[in-house]
Design a protein around this ligand. Structure first.
Ligand code: AMP
Length: 212
């Protein structure tokens, strides 16, 4: 079984893009807690209604709600996952360790290191396809035809509400508050790998595959 992968990094640092590449090349399952929460909101479930305002404001949902959602969407005993967006703090890292304890595979954390000043622009220019999840960027990864997904042909790329400037600033602040302790947590477990996430998607992918 492949090691469980825990992606740490600021919003917009490329975790989702690299996860999609690893799914294709190594057969990982990508689980993004942000995507799971947004799906609940779209479906209009009780949970979705409860968390909707928090997501729009860029605030964190409580740890146990996110953990339960993760549990009901993962079979960590027999499958290998890329955890993207979880953990967001040390308490969540401990909860994830407990969840992964029965798994026969090891786990490792990969920190996507990037200058936070560059990130704001990256996120504000991010667009995604609501049909297949493909991620674009108006600065460096445009779709072949304006507003049409090059992967699945869906017409109408979306600008996430929480990718607007003021919310992005709040999300980056929360990231800054938590990242040092999270990195320390995985460093102590000797399970931390750092990659330079500021270069092109291809070279980030190469660094990532070199870790294996
Ligand atoms: P993301 O797509 O990972 O940037 O997450 C979008 C939003 O979902 C975050 O700003 C939070 O409101 C919420 N969220 C995602 N993952 C978590 C988590 N592990 N803990 C708490 N809230 C989360």
């Amino acid at each position: 079984m492949l090691p469980q992968l825990i992606f740490l990094g600021a919003p917009g640092s490329g975790k989702g893009t690299q996860a999609a590449l690893l799914v294709k090349s190594l057969g990982y399952i990508h689980v993004s807690t942000g995507d799971l929460l947004r799906a609940e909101i779209l479906k209009g479930t009780d949970l979705g209604i409860r968390v909707s305002k928090l997501l729009s404001a860029g605030a964190l949902v409580d740890d146990l709600t996110v953990l339960e959602l993760l549990k009901s969407n993962c079979d960590t005993v027999s499958r290998s996952y890329i955890f993207d967006g979880f953990p967001r703090n040390v308490d969540q890292a401990r909860l994830l360790d407990e969840l992964l304890a029965p798994s026969k595979s090891s786990s490792m954390a990969v920190y996507f290191k990037i200058d936070l000043a560059d990130l704001k622009n990256r996120i504000i220019n991010r667009r995604s396809c609501p049909a297949c999840g493909e991620i674009y960027n108006l600065m460096f990864k445009l779709p072949a035809s304006e507003n049409i997904c090059s992967k699945c042909g869906h017409n109408g790329l979306v600008h996430r509400k929480d990718d607007q400037v003021s919310v992005v600033e709040k999300r980056l602040d929360i990231f800054k508050e938590n990242i040092a302790s999270l990195v320390f947590y995985y460093e102590q477990k000797k399970a931390l790998f750092e990659i330079d996430a500021s270069s092109s998607s291809d070279s980030v992918f190469e660094s990532l595959t070199n870790i294996f």
